[in-house]
Design a protein around this ligand. Structure first.
Ligand SMILES: NC(=O)c1ccc[n+]([C@@H]2O[C@H](COP(=O)([O-])OP(=O)(O)OC[C@H]3O[C@@H](n4cnc5c(N)ncnc54)[C@H](O)[C@@H]3O)[C@@H](O)[C@H]2O)c1
Length: 327
């Protein structure tokens, strides 16, 4: 079997491919740079990559392609509808990284509420007076509004509860009873949650419904003391509107792990926005999660290549395709 990878997975994952599998590592997420290698590929493993980069065209050029693996749960980088139409399962790794992302989210909440990043940068410059910036606050007793109460959102909610925060949730795929049953305040409307919460944290997939879900009009309604965190996908918060909201003091701070177009390039105005902490899409890059994601993804791809209907796929309807149903 031939595996093409946009980037190598960790050693533990690579070790699962030591039975004569041919491996090509592109060191690049752009298919233009590995298209040739896809002609006889059986599997494509995609690491972090921009939205929809693995298009129908890429799949159609790979006539032997049996599976696409994602080392994570977000699959916006792959045209899943096209993959399903072609009978190609998109393997994902639910449960492999939720704790890592939840801890990262809490870290951002704590860093923002203690003005940690600015304090370090200014202290290093000799500005001891930054201790009187009056930007610090306690999370205890504040209300965290979680948008998307899936695996990661629930872990974040539980960590917030653990430090004495109140938790509210918005998730249109869960009922009032389900959210209240978890012990959280139910919001039927995302805007109302954003208006009323002190800390807003986003844990939804990037879809046409969630793209630009937080933009100028939502920032205008938020508390001036509010902070917002996005450790899900770039594009869910409108970046230009966020910069304006931060620089004008419309909100108190933001934490971002994810960006439109994936990589934050030099010169991007986010780099100099006020009261913003950011990380390079590294929320799921803990030692533990990296191993979990790589091994789960490789095992899933191997199983699909051997004709097994691996359960952890982006769209289980793929198994209704004649390639799988035998119809
Ligand atoms: N920063 C990172 O490194 C990193 C790592 C893992 C996942 N992620 C992102 O986090 C997202 C969530 O991951 P997860 O494992 O919790 O996924 P999940 O599928 O378990 O949960 C997603 C939740 O979002 C809800 N949802 C869907 N559309 C919604 C909408 N319009 N409004 C509100 N809620 C909505 C779903 O009902 C579900 O409960 C992923 O889609 C991925 O993009 C980022």
């Amino acid at each position: 079997m031939k595996y093409v990878m946009t980037e190598a997975v960790c050693a533990e994952g690579m070790a699962l491919l030591d039975n004569g599998e041919q491996i090509y590592v592109a060191h690049d997420a752009n298919p233009a740079n590995y298209q040739e290698e896809m002609k006889d590929a059986d599997a494509l493993i995609v690491r972090a990559a921009p939205a929809k980069i693995v298009s129908r065209e890429v799949m159609e050029h790979a006539s032997q392609l049996k599976v696409i693996g994602r080392t994570g749960v977000g699959y916006d980088s792959v045209d899943v509808a096209a993959a399903t139409a072609l009978g190609i399962p998109v393997v994902i790794t639910p449960g492999a990284n939720n704790r890592a992302v939840a801890e990262h989210t809490l870290t951002m909440m704590l860093a923002l509420s203690k003005n940690l990043v600015e304090a370090q940068v200014e202290t290093a410059k000799g500005n001891w007076a930054v201790r009187d910036a009056h930007k610090q606050f306690e999370l205890y007793g504040k209300k965290a509004g979680i948008i998307g109460l899936g695996r990661i959102g629930r872990d974040v909610a539980s960590l917030c509860t653990g430090i004495g925060m109140k938790v509210a949730g918005y998730d249109p795929f869960l009922t009032k009873e389900q959210i209240e049953g978890m012990g959280y305040e139910y919001f039927a409307d995302a805007e109302q949650l954003m208006e009323q919460c002190d800390v807003i944290s986003i844990h939804v997939p990037l879809t046409p419904e969630t793209e630009n879900m937080v933009r100028k009009e939502q920032f205008q309604k938020m508390k001036k003391t509010a902070i917002i965190i996005n450790c899900s996908r770039g594009g869910i918060i409108n970046e230009a509107d966020l910069i304006e909201a931060l620089n004008s003091g419309e909100i108190a701070g933001a934490g971002l792990d994810v960006f439109v177009g994936e990589e934050l390039k030099p010169g991007n105005p986010l780099l100099t926005a006020q009261n913003l902490v950011f990380s390079p899409h590294s929320a799921a890059q803990t030692r533990e999660a990296v191993i979990n994601m790589a091994t789960m993804c490789v095992n899933g791809c191997k199983a699909v290549c051997q004709g097994e209907k691996w359960p952890y796929v982006a769209d289980p309807k793929v198994y209704e395709h004649p390639k799988w149903s035998g119809k």
